[in-house]
Design a protein around this ligand. Structure first.
Ligand code: BG6
Length: 483
């Protein structure tokens, strides 16, 4: 029987001020997430969402576009059309320039109407990180950095360690660390959090979780989409800074970290930081970059930006020494999937060696499906039924969250936004984590610059592997694991 997702606790009425509020991120991720939470009655009708932008061309066009991005939620139930209208009534759009301060009076006016020391004001900076400093100064100069204010910022924070330090300094000269929420939305994904439950709420895996038992780890974050309207941003950042510096490194941290004493923000971050500091600097033959063929045409100029990157990551500590973590991510690949595959070591001796089927060819694997078809799979070898002797077949224990739970799984942004209101920083990055990630990534960017990215055809899994084959391994295609 399907289980129901446990009910969510309501949050107190709050003000969400989204700077860059009519932009790409807001329309695609932040506002649909707020609408789902509103539908679930988790967000109170007395809350306000204030969208701030420098130029608001056509509000009606904006709302049409937003409606499309919320269509799944609107269509879910016939009453939802009414709730959609209620949701629109808590949204206000204002023109605001954080550099000149123009528009601040209107913002103050709106916030003043409900000002209360207990009512959180969430400033979400959905803009380029180069404007974070100006935005924080604007908030301070407008008298809006009050104890109940929180600041949410998106990755990538800076383009390298130097710029990340500058941004962190600008922000932390105005906001306290306890007010700052650095989002990496991968940390809000259900299965990523389930990785914590799998490791630390069970005894089963934790004593297997080391270099005595694990042969290697593969992480694939593959996307079928290209970069479309974000091409200018992407051409400056590339896959290494856009995906590797944050999402993939965070996944490595969660797989590799030691158990913290409590599931609590700073303890979690301390352990993740230890992993980042233990990463071995990579060698030139441990990185491979690629670019999908039409990228330069879309950009209308020749570019060396990587749209694909693969890496062999090694962790210098007792638990993980000798275990390669092969990671890859890319755009316009054949499958949209994010998946972690833990391959366990071969058994020391095969008592079935005289039987025809070699069970060594079927290693035990734990597959953690982050998306789509979220769930866990454990690959085993079993005996085929029947009196025909010992014959083996690959079998699996499969926990599919879609099959287990009756409702949709909430999107990462839904959970993270509610955590900001509740003041829970566990799933957000601390400044030292961001800097440690850049410490690892800056030299990688340097190596990648010296290599020409290999062109690959759209709809493939990127360029032919040059890393795993050196160790006698192969990439496992995420398609093989989909139903
Ligand atoms: C974002 C990147 O952080 O993550 C995008 O900037 C990428 O380039 C996106 O497409 C992928 O997120 P998801 O949740 O679709 O895997």
């Amino acid at each position: 029987m399907k289980q129901k997702i446990p009910e969510t606790a309501n949050i107190i009425p709050s003000d969400f001020v989204i700077i860059g509020g009519t932009g790409h991120l807001s329309v695609r991720k932040i506002l649909p997430a707020l609408f789902w939470r509103f539908l679930d009655k988790q967000i109170d009708k007395n809350s306000q969402i204030i969208l701030c932008d420098r130029n608001i061309k056509s509000p009606s066009e904006f709302f049409d576009n937003l409606k499309q991005h919320c269509s799944e939620a609107i269509k879910k139930d016939k009453n939802n059309k009414i709730i959609w209208e209620q949701f629109l009534s808590i949204i206000k759009i204002i023109e605001l320039d954080v550099v000149s301060g123009e528009g601040h009076l209107e913002l103050l006016e709106i916030l003043k109407a409900n000002f209360d020391e207990k009512r959180p004001i969430i400033f979400y900076l959905a803009i380029a990180s180069s404007l974070f400093g100006n935005s924080c100064k604007f908030i301070r100069d407008s008298g809006l950095n009050v104890p109940q204010s929180r600041l949410v910022i998106e990755k990538p924070i800076g383009k390298n360690k130097e710029t990340a330090i500058e941004i962190n300094n600008e922000i932390s000269s105005i906001f306290k660390e306890s007010q700052i929420y650095r989002i990496d939305h991968y940390l809000g994904k259900e299965t990523v959090q389930n990785l914590m439950a799998l490791r630390f709420a069970n005894t089963f895996f934790e004593n297997q979780w080391n270099n005595n038992n694990i042969d290697h780890v593969q992480i694939t974050v593959s996307e079928t989409i290209g970069v479309k309207e974000r091409i200018a941003y992407y051409n400056e950042y590339g896959a290494i800074r856009d995906m590797l510096q944050n999402h993939l490194l965070q996944l490595i941290c969660l797989i590799a970290m030691e158990p913290p004493s409590f599931y609590e923000a700073d303890q979690m971050r301390d352990e993740k930081l230890r992993v980042l500091k233990a990463l071995k600097p990579i060698a030139e033959n441990e990185i491979q970059t690629g670019q999908y063929r039409s990228f330069s045409d879309e950009l209308e100029e020749i570019s060396n930006t990587e749209t694909y990157v693969a890496l062999k990551v090694m962790i210098n500590n007792w638990r993980w020494a000798g275990v390669p973590f092969y990671i890859r991510t890319g755009k316009k690949l054949s499958t949209k999937a994010s998946e972690i595959i833990i391959t366990f070591k071969k058994k020391p001796h095969d008592i079935f060696s005289k039987f025809t089927q070699d069970t060594q060819d079927n290693p035990n694997r734990l597959i953690i499906r982050v998306q789509p078809e979220e769930g866990l799979k454990l690959k085993l070898t079993s005996k085929a039924p029947g009196p025909g002797g010992m014959r083996f077949f690959p079998s699996e224990l499969n926990l599919s969250f879609g099959d287990t739970f009756s409702d949709r799984l909430p999107d990462a942004y839904e959970r993270l936004l509610m955590d900001v209101v509740r003041g829970n920083q566990t799933l957000f990055m601390r400044s030292d984590e961001v800097l440690a990630a850049w410490d690892y990534i800056d030299p990688i960017v340097g190596i990648a610059k010296k290599q020409e990215p290999q062109l690959y055809r759209t709809g493939t899994m990127g360029p032919e592997d040059k890393i795993l084959s050196l160790d006698g391994h192969k990439w496992i295609d995420p398609k093989d694991e989909l139903k």
